[in-house]
Design a protein around this ligand. Sequence first.
Ligand code: ATP
Ligand code: MG
Length: 362
Amino acid sequence: MGVEVAVHDLTKSFGKQTIWGDVTLTLPPGEVSVMLGPSGTGKSVFLKTLIGLLKPDKGSIMIRDVDVARCSEAKLYETRKLFGVLFQDGALFGSMNLFDNIAFPLREHTKKSEKEIHDIVSEKLQLVGLEGTDKKLPGEISGGMRKRAGLARALVLEPEIILFDEPDSGLDPVRVAYLNQLIIDLNAVTDATFLIVTHDIGTARTVPDNLGMLFRRELVMFGPREVLLTSEEPVVKQFLNGRREGPIGMSEEKDSAQVAAELASLDGAPERHPGAAPKGGIGGGVPPQIQPSAGLPERKAAGRRQQRVMDMMHTLPQSAQKAIQELLDQEHQEELDAREASGGISSGLADRDTQTIPIGKG
Ligand SMILES: Nc1ncnc2c1ncn2[C@@H]1O[C@H](COP(=O)(O)OP(=O)(O)OP(=O)(O)O)[C@@H](O)[C@H]1O
Ligand SMILES: [Mg+2]
């Protein structure tokens, strides 16, 4: 089962510049969480702090009784082995072919034979739909393929916590859809704890169990996705709807020419015209979460999460409670329908023990 990451009162600054302060959140074991926030709010800094690459000014990050914020180098080295990280730029070595890139952590951190390494690398290449490309250099493949190679490398040590820094940036909508399915499928197979940084509203709305948002040096909110997706908090609402009206303005390190062009295109159009909505951002409410592909086990975290959300239900805003109840009713109805369609016998997908994930090419 995935590992819990408990962040308490975390503050990070560079010199006089505070990036964010007093961040408190818990990534529940095995669940998928997404962190949102305008450009430059310190999302990448947050991920790097979680793995101990950057030291916070104060606060704690508890992972299996180790406080990553203040432990010894030796403990940090051990704890880091729990992590798989997909950096924002893929971070592949340009002069190494894909095989050697993906094999790198195994050669660095394990005593596995070349035969074992070959088997693991081949399995991971297949997992991300890159079989047959092992001899290629990173410069010879597309951006989307580089992301998936980075993902394969992040997975070779069988991590229990996986951090993704904008895995979907620069990908076309179809590739994003494949990638999102891959993330859910990986979660179903590994039960690892996932944290994804993304700007893609469609991803934020359909992939995670939990959503969080960083803005103006603080964590505005973190909780079950239903809470943020129904929130009236202006920053959260503006971001999840991709609107210009709201507290998020030009000052958030956005390219000013780009912002000016965006604003001009919206002038005199208070209601969004077709096509101007962000990807997946159309329609309010809480869309159903992406489910694992057919043939895969159910996500173990889904059951745990349901229990967790039920336990905290009375503390949630009314709108979130309503959304959770509606989704539950919908799921229940679908289950009944499926049972009826199969003549009263449940499909049994959940019991099947499958270890490989069929992934579409792209
Ligand atoms: N090593 C560093 N030294 C000094 N300042 C840094 C360092 N790393 C990041 N920063 C600053 O921290 C702030 C947050 O950077 P970060 O890369 O985390 O933003 P982000 O939220 O990931 O943005 P984006 O969405 O564009 O990727 C920026 O102002 C950046 O200049
Ligand atoms: Mg970043």
